[in-house]
Design a protein around this ligand. Structure first.
Ligand code: CA
Length: 226
């Protein structure tokens, strides 16, 4: 799951981003409405958390513009408690929900879960052979055995399962699992594929994760078309 957090207050942004990352989301932060539009139009997010009061283009106008260009990404507006008119304006501009500041992190996570669940393309549970990934619960099982994964490992496995039986190339993996500005010359993808292989494949006779030479990686039962 990849989220865009639009928030100009650095302390709030880093606090919220850290908490979301601890809950296994990939989070990018934009500090202005202009940057938010640039990010939203050039990347795919599962949810945009959008502060209303921003320097320059405000959150309501950012939301309106996102909808005007046809993006259907769910938007959660973050508004000040006193500004009822902002909430109404935000919903009118195409926001899906709002949260008033200051908010409890538990409430933020509940809203994020609810909004991203609606957007699960490909279903809430993914299956390849005896491997099952539950997206709302963020759990993975193989032959019924739970497999604990870190946030990045989970995001990588989720992507590979969504694409299965097609292969996924390295740059798509970097874009979905990591965030902007990551040095794609590093071997980070290989490192994480190896970790997934240890956790998902090593103990089982049938290997599901395959290297597709010159392309990337494929998660599929042996013999499935690529
Ligand atoms: Ca603000």
């Amino acid at each position: 799951m990849r989220l865009l957090l639009v928030e100009d207050e650095k302390k709030v942004a880093s606090f919220v981003a850290r908490s979301l990352r601890e809950h296994q989301y990939a989070v990018e932060v934009a500090e202005t409405g202009e940057r938010a539009l640039e990010f939203a139009c050039n990347n795919t997010y599962d949810l945009i958390l959008l502060d209303v009061r921003l320097p320059g283009i405000n959150g309501v106008d950012v939301c309106r513009e996102i909808r005007r260009v046809g993006l259907e990404t769910p938007v959660l507006m973050l508004t000040a408690r006193s500004l009822v008119e902002h909430r109404v304006e935000g919903l009118d501009a195409g926001a899906d929900d709002y949260l008033t500041k200051p908010f409890a992190l538990a409430e933020l996570h509940a809203r994020v879960r609810a909004l991203t669940r609606r957007g699960f393309r490909g279903g809430a549970k993914l299956h390849v052979a005896d491997l099952e990934l539950d997206r709302p619960k963020r759990t993975v099982r193989r032959s019924g055995d739970p497999i604990p994964l870190t946030s990045k490992e989970f995001a990588l496995l989720e992507l590979l399962m969504l694409r299965s039986p097609e292969a996924t190339n390295r740059s798509e993996i970097i874009e979905h699992v990591w965030t902007h500005g990551f040095d794609i010359e590093t071997n980070i993808v290989e490192v994480y594929i190896n970790r997934l292989r240890r956790k998902v494949d090593q103990a089982y006779p049938v290997k599901l994760i395959h290297t597709v030479r010159g392309t990337g990686y494929q998660l599929a039962e042996p013999g499935a078309a690529s």
